[in-house]
Design a protein around this ligand. Structure first.
Ligand code: KIV
Ligand code: ZN
Length: 516
């Protein structure tokens, strides 16, 4: 873009909802420490707003949002609430200590939501929306309002509703395509008409929130920007309800790469994108598809001979994005058992973890244990140690002892000893179709919970025979799904750690009412 054009470019605010809508992905639940770590990284990435959660949903969620509000400086910290006083009170309780708090209030606006879900008539609901905004304004001057399912709402009703909530004090108006129904041209035109027809809308920040049911969330967000939206709500790696939300990294990179057609900018630190994407994937247990735009590992790989030849002659023949733009080229420095605390701390910092004091000491000791088993400790290994430490916060069960038997002529069996947080020791043996199945059966016996393993994934974090194995599991019980992660140079131990990590999360989710 020419300098003259650049000076006319307008800022697009990035509202990240990874910790709220993204965390609604089945199994993607994060504990308090994990949420805080993601929020820290989002602040480093430079997002304008972090939607930290939905505080009324559980006391744990409220505390996690409060930790973020207290500790994360820079971005606006937002909490979601339905348009009822109890939700708004809880949301405010969670964010009131933030440097810049925002309350986000929503209520269904389409006939289908009003008639079947809310079972109230449009007049009553308009009144409820106005009252909720006024109620939220008593707490803060930054109030966002979302008419849920706006793209399937009657447009005349939307005009009236938005005018009323703006009069009541809403300062940000967000238009959600809740079920990912819109088409880009249609959505862009809706945004333009709203701007023309809703009095007072020009005094608010106009925002959009797109879901990806038809694979159009990013296209719809860009169409909305071109028609006047100045805030986009999006999630790292596009995670979220059902098919997910608009992917933050895709919107940001599209705006950057296509500046010639899209005269807008964001305040993001692009070099933090890759790191943020990996962190979210690791902590939520949701893998990044290899062909995912911008962040998939194949996004910068060229396989056909013609493409490789072209790229060797000039990268631009087949590459429009340089991996270094998103911080994709990590330094391949490795550590050994002789590396000191300082070197480990430096490497951790490069990975985005600012650890000090006790936390650093714990990770350093784990690093030494690992360095004894494998000669070279790569950044990926160190990252795995920190993530395991974060995920293992406040565990109910810890692994004390594990022994398995397997072979071509023996029945696979496992003996497991676990320690509970009250120091009780529990031990069980079981057989199974293999040593991992036997171990999981033994853990199920100890916990007294018949957990079902939905999926199991093992991959080597680095290369070589002594590489750390990382296991990701998805497991369900009582209609709830969680993910678990574990790492070790021994893949059976990594599998057991992953299962225990999931079990501990499951117990927290069920309020510890299960389990021996
Ligand atoms: O998809 C949606 O409508 C939402 C709202 C709460 C903004 O997530
Ligand atoms: Zn949503």
């Amino acid at each position: 873009m020419s300098e003259a054009k650049q000076s006319q470019a307008e800022k697009i605010m990035i509202f990240d909802s990874t910790l709220r809508d993204g965390e609604q992905t089945p199994g993607a639940r994060l504990n308090r420490d994990e949420k805080l770590e993601v929020a820290r990284q989002l602040a480093r990435l430079g997002v304008d707003v972090i939607e930290a959660g939905f505080p009324v949903s559980s006391p744990g969620e409220l505390k996690a949002v409060r930790d973020i509000a207290r500790q994360i400086k820079g971005p606006v910290i937002c909490a979601l609430a339905r348009a009822v006083p109890g939700d708004i009170d809880a949301a405010w309780e969670a964010i009131r200590e933030a440097e810049r708090p925002r309350l986000h209030v929503f209520l269904g606006a389409s006939d289908i939501h009003m008639q079947y879900k809310l079972k109230k008539d449009p007049r009553q609901l308009l009144e409820q929306a106005v009252e909720a905004v006024k109620y939220a304004r008593r707490y803060t001057a930054d109030v966002e309002y979302s008419p849920e399912d706006a793209t399937r709402a009657r447009e005349e009703y939307l005009y009236e509703l938005l005018e009323a909530v703006i009069k009541a004090g809403a300062t940000v108006i967000n238009i959600p395509d809740t079920v990912g129904y819109a088409l880009p041209q249609e959505f862009g035109a809706l945004i333009r008409r709203l701007k023309e027809k809703v009095p007072g809308l020009d005094r608010t920040i106009l925002s959009v929130h797109c879901h990806d049911d038809l694979g159009l969330a990013v296209a719809n967000s860009l169409a909305a920007i071109e028609n006047g939206a100045r805030q986009v709500e999006c999630n790292i790696n596009g995670i979220g309800e059902r098919a997910g939300n608009a992917a933050l990294e895709e919107i940001a990179v599209a705006l950057r790469i296509r500046q010639n057609s899209l005269p807008y900018y964001t305040d993001l630190n692009f070099s933090e994108i890759y790191r943020t994407s990996r962190l979210v994937s690791k902590l939520t247990g949701i893998p990044i598809p290899v062909n995912k735009a911008v962040i998939g590992i194949n996004a910068f790989a060229h396989s056909s001979g013609i493409h490789q030849d072209g790229v060797l002659k000039n990268k631009e023949t087949y590459e429009i994005i340089d991996a270094s733009l998103i911080g994709g080229k990590a330094a391949q420095m490795f550590l050994t058992a002789r590396s000191g605390r300082h070197a480990v701390q430096h490497q951790l910092k490069q990975l985005g973890f600012a650890l000090e004091g006790d936390q650093l000491e714990i990770i350093y000791n784990r690093f030494l244990e690992l360095a004894d088993k494998k000669k070279e400790v790569y950044p990926e290994d160190l990252e795995a140690l920190v993530l395991e430490h974060l995920s293992a916060a406040e565990p109910t069960y810890r692994l004390e002892y594990l022994q398995t038997v397997s072979g071509t002529k023996s029945i696979p069996a496992a003996m497991i000893r676990l320690k509970k947080d009250d120091d009780t020791i529990l031990e069980e043996a079981a057989t199974g179709s293999g040593p991992i199945d036997a171990s999981y059966n033994a853990i199920n016996k100890i916990s007294g919970m018949n957990i079902v393993l939905d999926s199991y994934r093992l991959n080597a974090l680095t290369h070589g025979r002594d590489a750390l194995g990382e296991v990701n599991v998805k497991m369900s019980y009582n209609g709830k799904t969680v993910t678990g992660r574990g790492t070790s140079t021994d893949i059976i131990e990594a599998s057991v750690k992953a299962y225990l990590n999931g079990l501990n999360k499951m117990l927290k989710l069920n309020g510890n009412e299960n389990g021996n």
